[in-house]
Write a protein that binds this ligand. Structure first.
Ligand code: FES
Length: 178
């Protein structure tokens, strides 16, 4: 009886760890919270108050809410989050924002670089590799440079003071091979 139970549990273990790996590498899902990806506050769950108007973007990772699993199993889950004066947000971007907070994939759609810099005056992300500029107030459309498409956006809402995903990415994160 004992050995049968042990064998049963053993058989379950690979499924449990596979599930965990899947959670970590899955793209952000509706209802996910976010944690700060680096720096002194790495791992802190992101509240609306953490995203200050006028401050540079935070790099965050989604967190599956039921288990608390941080989705850090893929670099395509890096997200840039920044708070913009709502009067400057355009069309769909305004609808996807939560109190001015907008979120985009942090991976350039050209050849997949990350580490995008921020031009606060123009509200643009700028890729360090080949200098594509993306308009954060207008769905991260390409302003200039070789990237073939926008950075995918992630719709947001605020729940209990936390920033929460209100849906999934508007497109595929990263590079799409021809
Ligand atoms: S990888 Fe971003 S512009 Fe080339």
């Amino acid at each position: 009886m004992k050995s049968a139970l042990g064998a049963g549990l053993g058989a379950l273990l690979p499924e449990v760890s596979l599930g965990q790996a899947d959670l970590r590498s899955a793209r952000p899902q509706e209802g996910d919270r976010f944690v700060i990806a680096d720096g002194e506050r790495k791992g802190a769950v992101v509240k609306l108050d953490d995203i200050k108007p006028g401050a540079p973007p935070l790099t965050v990772l989604p967190q599956e809410p039921a288990s608390g699993t941080v989705r850090d199993g893929s670099r395509l889950n890096q997200i840039l989050m920044v708070r913009i004066d709502e009067s400057r947000l355009m069309g769909d971007t305004k609808a996807r924002a939560a109190q001015g907070v907008v979120a985009y994939s942090a991976v350039c759609t050209h050849t997949g670089c990350d580490g995008l810099s921020w031009a606060a005056e123009q509200l643009r992300f700028k890729c360090p590799c080949h200098e594509t500029e993306f308009d954060a107030a207008d769905g991260a459309r390409v302003i200039s440079g070789p990237a073939p498409r926008r950075l995918p956006a992630l719709p947001l809402k605020i729940a209990d003071g936390y920033v929460v995903a209100a849906g999934v990415f508007t497109g595929r994160a990263g590079v799409i091979s021809p």
